[in-house]
Design a protein around this ligand. Structure first.
Ligand SMILES: [Zn+2]
Length: 313
């Protein structure tokens, strides 16, 4: 009974997402992992079959060919590569989470973006937040997506140096770019932030970029030339300590399901509507369906290949 309580408390704590960059206690995932495998499974549930525990326990990529299976919020990645912890123009942050893994195309993308960022004044490169777990899949904390090795969080904090120690990478926080609950950017936002996001959006491998609404509107207003790249930049909750880049399925991967493309157009009016709703929230819809409690994703809910790439236990 006590044991089960501990597990559910952890589930609650870890379910809280967003602002994960601020979390100075990355040991939570390690702790949860220990609990997952040290405890008797809760009644009727084999924790090995709860996908976040099974995938959260993997320490390395699988030895299969590189492929992404399923969808961004229900999938996995085989043959993932680990982004080097430090490169000439990047550092991976929060190494204890072991989330600097991805499909090789994502690892290439991150390195390419870091070189573009390093060319900007005030930016030595990029600090890379969560990518995927070594075999992708659901995470113990923080994200619903990032499961196929095709999503990466890039910190908004401009790197001043790229020799942060492992300990510093656990303790340093990114910085928020928002004001008025995300309706506007704050004084930390610079033209270089826009340039980094623009470079990410213009990359043909990118499907979408998520950032808080005020940043999208700020970029819509600042862009005096071709606005078409802004189509890929989508307003979303959170995303003021980092922006999130989502790549399209790499060519030739039959098991990888792309999201529908963003609506046609630059999406600037839509982003402005998000901002208006932040400033003047519409009354709650009395007919809105109540959110259903979500059952944890099981290994069996994922594409069959995902069970096949887990380590034998
Ligand atoms: Zn993200």
């Amino acid at each position: 009974m006590v044991k089960r309580l501990v597990i559910s408390l952890f589930a609650l704590t870890l379910a809280a997402c967003g602002g994960a960059e601020n979390d100075p206690a990355p040991s939570a995932s390690a702790k949860a992992r220990t609990i997952a495998f040290a405890e008797t499974p809760a009644e009727g549930v084999d924790l090995n079959q709860v996908a976040k525990f099974a995938f959260g326990a993997e320490k390395t990529g699988s030895s299969h060919p590189s492929a992404a299976f399923g969808s961004y919020a229900k999938g996995c990645v085989s043959g993932a590569e680990q982004l080097a912890e430090t490169g000439p123009t990047w550092q991976a942050m929060r190494l204890s989470r072991n989330r600097n893994w991805g499909h090789p195309e994502l690892v290439d993308f991150v390195q390419d973006l870091s070189r573009k960022a390093a060319a900007l004044p005030g930016w030595e490169g990029i600090y890379v937040g969560d990518m995927s777990q070594p075999r992708g899949g659901p995470m113990l904390s923080g994200h619903a997506s990032h499961q196929m090795g095709l999503d990466a969080d890039i910190w908004m904090l401009p790197p001043k140096r790229l020799n942060l120690s492992v300990a510093e990478r656990e303790s340093i926080s990114s910085i928020s770019m928002r004001r008025s609950a995300g309706a506007y950017t704050n004084s930390s936002w610079t033209p270089q932030h826009m340039e980094v996001i623009k470079a990410a959006a213009k990359d043909p491998r990118t499907a979408r970029i998520f950032v808080f609404p005020g940043a999208k509107v700020a970029m819509c207003n600042a862009e005096k030339g071709d606005k078409s790249w802004l189509r890929k930049v989508r307003p979303w909750w959170g995303h003021h300590y980092h922006f999130h880049v989502r790549l399209s399925c790499p060519a030739g991967l039959a098991g990888c399901i792309n999201q529908d493309p963003p609506p046609a157009g630059d999406g600037c009016a839509d982003a402005q509507q998000w901002v208006n709703n932040i400033l003047n929230p519409p009354p709650p819809d009395p007919n809105a369906p109540k959110p259903k409690p979500k059952r944890a994703i099981r290994v069996a809910d994922l594409p069959g290949q995902c069970a096949a790439i887990l380590s034998p236990r």
